[in-house]
Design a protein around this ligand. Structure first.
Ligand SMILES: Cc1cc2nc3c(=O)[nH]c(=O)nc-3n(C[C@H](O)[C@H](O)[C@H](O)COP(=O)(O)OP(=O)(O)OC[C@H]3O[C@@H](n4cnc5c(N)ncnc54)[C@H](O)[C@@H]3O)c2cc1C
Length: 406
């Protein structure tokens, strides 16, 4: 059995970024494999709220420039893929809600109308008609439809991974801290090689480009590859989920104090394995809640919901917290980046989408970087990697992650 292979591209990380890229690369004729150290989607992607944003946040800041134009086009690009007419096939990805709404809360209706009518926002939202408004919000404040919609993250990961089972490989020990010990980069005659020690005999892989799409794990990969830049920053969240049979499905931002760009609360609705509705709560609650204990955070969530939706019966529900980091390229004073980020050094590309929504933009950026460096798909099949067969010497794909409330 040979113990060394060559391929065009090795992707590290099987979240939305790595999997979307694998789909784009193979569609354009590149030979690519993806290595995942844990479960597919098990980093940020499965825990995302699944909102495909249309860029209202940028408009709120009054800056509708390049990055915001890119995000404004995302709902259309994702919808095309979900309808089977896009750059990749996401027809197996489930849409949880075709619309996402902005609710003023009970007291702010008039203020929000003035605000949404402002020049920056005009044309990007429209008032919801009565039948689009969830019953528990009717007659209380103003409700607007955003261009956003909501997908089921678990079905997204499954749809992205399904066609590529022979190209996706588990290289880890499912969450063990030792996972990276199996990865080594060597550099001989200006040509980098990857040595993997996942099973018995070491396996050497030679690629034209190594692409790091490992979220928070990029930091360690950057170190292992001997790069000094880019740096990674993490911004923590303390999300809350609440499940029960009595909860109606709702999908909305609740506008924050002073009409701030970060919503007071962001609610998406999911279904758990017991068939109950799960409200997944983010926004300011999750950003400011990182300093709270789980029980204090659950109390904060209960008091927000009691204040906003007093008629919802909050007893007999199951509450859980999730501490999780958003992983991004470092920016001055830890500010949130506005766009996907790709940086190339020698034969390594480090990539962060910064939002699930921006996975298509990230793939565009990587494709552009490859073409600029003259990395075109090979003509003809690579005898080392026979499509449809697992790369010899590498394990099969890891299992799919499951939402934490299951
Ligand atoms: C709570 C929460 C809610 C969010 N909601 C939204 C939303 O509604 N809409 C939106 O647009 N964005 C949202 N985001 C942001 C979005 O989830 C992320 O930007 C996106 O999922 C990042 O994808 P990724 O593939 O880069 O990283 P990840 O999903 O973190 O995937 C990285 C993968 O790399 C693997 N890995 C790590 N190290 C290695 C290694 N050494 N070798 C191989 N594999 C490795 C990990 O196991 C993981 O599977 C949310 C984020 C959070 C945390």
């Amino acid at each position: 059995m040979p113990s060394s292979y060559s391929t065009d591209i090795v992707i590290f990380g099987g979240g939305v970024a790595g999997l979307w890229l694998l789909n784009r690369l193979t569609a354009e004729g590149y030979q690519a494999i993806l290595l995942e150290r844990d479960r597919l989607g098990g980093g940020q992607s499965i825990h995302s709220q699944g909102i495909i944003h249309g860029g209202l946040k940028y408009a709120l800041h009054g800056a509708f420039g390049g990055a915001s134009r890119a995000i404004a086009d995302m709902p259309r690009r994702w919808r095309d893929c979900i309808e089977g007419n896009g750059e990749i096939d996401l027809s197996a990805c489930r849409v949880l809600s075709p619309r996402f709404q902005l609710w003023s809360g009970a007291g702010l209706g008039a203020g929000m109308k003035v605000f949404l009518g402002s020049k920056a926002i005009a044309g990007k939202t429209e008032p919801a008609v009565p039948e689009e408004i969830p019953e528990i919000l009717r007659g209380r404040g103003a409700v607007y439809n955003l261009p956003d919609f909501v997908i089921d993250s678990a079905s997204l990961i499954e749809a992205l991974a399904a066609p590529h089972q022979s190209r996706i490989h588990s290289i880890g020990f499912h969450g063990s801290a030792d996972s990276e010990n199996c990865i080594e980069f060597t550099c001989a005659a200006a040509c980098r090689e990857l040595i993997l020690r996942t099973t018995g005999k070491p396996l050497t892989i030679k690629a034209r480009r190594y692409i790091f799409c490992a979220g928070e794990g990029n930091e360690r990969l950057i170190e292992l590859a001997g790069l000094l830049l880019p740096r990674c920053q993490t911004r923590p969240l303390k999300m809350v989920s609440v499940s029960g049979t009595s909860l109606p499905p709702i999908f909305m931002h609740v506008l924050g104090e002073g009409l701030s760009a970060t919503p007071r609360l962001t609610v998406t609705s999911h279904v758990n394995s017991a068939g109950e509705t799960v409200w997944y709560l983010g926004g300011q609650l999750a950003e400011y809640g990182t300093v709270r204990t789980d029980s204090a955070q659950i109390d904060a969530a209960k008091s927000q919901l009691a204040d906003l939706l007093p008629e919802v019966y909050l007893n007999d529900l199951r509450w859980r917290c999730l501490d999780i980091n958003r992983a991004e390229p470092a920016s001055p004073e830890g500010r949130r980046p506005e766009n996907a980020s790709v940086s190339a050094e020698q034969d390594i590309i480090v990539a962060w989408p910064t939002k699930l929504t921006l996975a298509p933009v990230l793939a565009d950026m990587v494709m552009r970087s490859l073409r600029e460096d003259g990395i075109e798909p090979r003509a003809g099949p690579n005898p080392d990697l026979t499509v449809g067969r697992l790369t010899p010497g590498l394990p099969g794909p890891p299992p799919l992650a499951r939402p934490y409330w299951n």
